[in-house]
Design a protein around this ligand. Structure first.
Ligand code: DC
Length: 231
């Protein structure tokens, strides 16, 4: 799949390009995307929502394409479709994400994205544990089931879906259980991840915590003479 253009972050002191990877994992609707976008905007990093890769595979599977074929032939156009955030695609994305051959087909693209010059932030389930175990900054973003269900319900109803909050909570619990219990690359907290519970935080508060932590790591890494991302 073609890479989106990224911003090059230069270390002015030494005139080098900087490689710096931020990973953000966590359950559905915890605020991973919000935090990832804030980091990308603040530091000029490229952002990859890896959930979209699995959603795009799920969407093609719903159209009759075998899962492994869908994953190995994924194109940029597949991940920018506007029909990837439906409850049905969420469920099938989680199901195809449990298939080792699907995950294998998507690893290299994610690692290449993570190691790009100029910095990258990736959010998903296995980014800090499997895709980029050597990332410079790792977060596990979580929130109570009730807070997450309420946020997802607001998003879905705003997009015109006819769903109840009770139905949404059931769906995200089922999906989290499947994502955390699969054998291959289950959702886990990386041992070196910073845990961010967003249950009682608004968008500005959750972003502020993450931005401060990334700034510190970035300054440390530049003082150490830069570092390699996605090693
Ligand atoms: O982040 P999301 O809700 O858009 O992700 C959709 C599904 O994709 C999720 O239920 C699990 C799967 N996924 C995964 O297994 N690994 C990732 N790195 C990202 C998503």
């Amino acid at each position: 799949m073609a890479h989106a253009p990224g911003t090059t972050l230069c270390d002015g002191r030494k005139g080098r390009t900087v490689k710096f990877t931020v990973t953000i994992d966590g359950p559905a609707a915890a605020g991973k995307g919000t935090v990832a976008r804030a980091i990308a905007a603040e530091f000029g990093f490229a952002h990859l929502d890896t959930g979209l890769l699995y959603r795009a595979v799920g969407r093609r599977v719903l159209e009759g394409v075998p899962p492994e074929t869908a994953a190995s032939t994924l194109r940029h156009g597949d991940v920018v479709r506007d029909d990837l955030r439906t409850p049905e695609v969420s469920r099938v994305a989680s199901e195809v994400a449990a298939l080792p051959e699907v995950r294998r087909a998507l690893v290299e693209f994610q690692r290449e994205f993570a190691s790009r010059d100029g910095g990258a932030v990736l959010d998903g389930r296995d980014i800090g544990t499997v895709i980029c175990p050597d990332a410079e900054a790792k977060f596990f973003v979580t929130a109570s089931d009730a807070a997450r269900a309420h946020r997802r319900w607001l998003e879905l109803t705003a997009a015109g879906h006819d769903v109840t909050e009770a139905g949404v909570i059931k769906d995200i619990r089922e999906r989290d259980a499947r994502d955390a219990s699969r054998r291959d690359a289950p959702m886990r907290v990386a041992t070196d991840a910073m845990i961010l519970d967003t249950s009682d935080l608004d968008v500005n508060e959750m972003s502020a915590f993450a931005l401060a932590a990334v700034r510190t790591r970035l300054e440390d890494s530049q003082q150490d003479g830069g570092s390699g991302a996605g090693k």
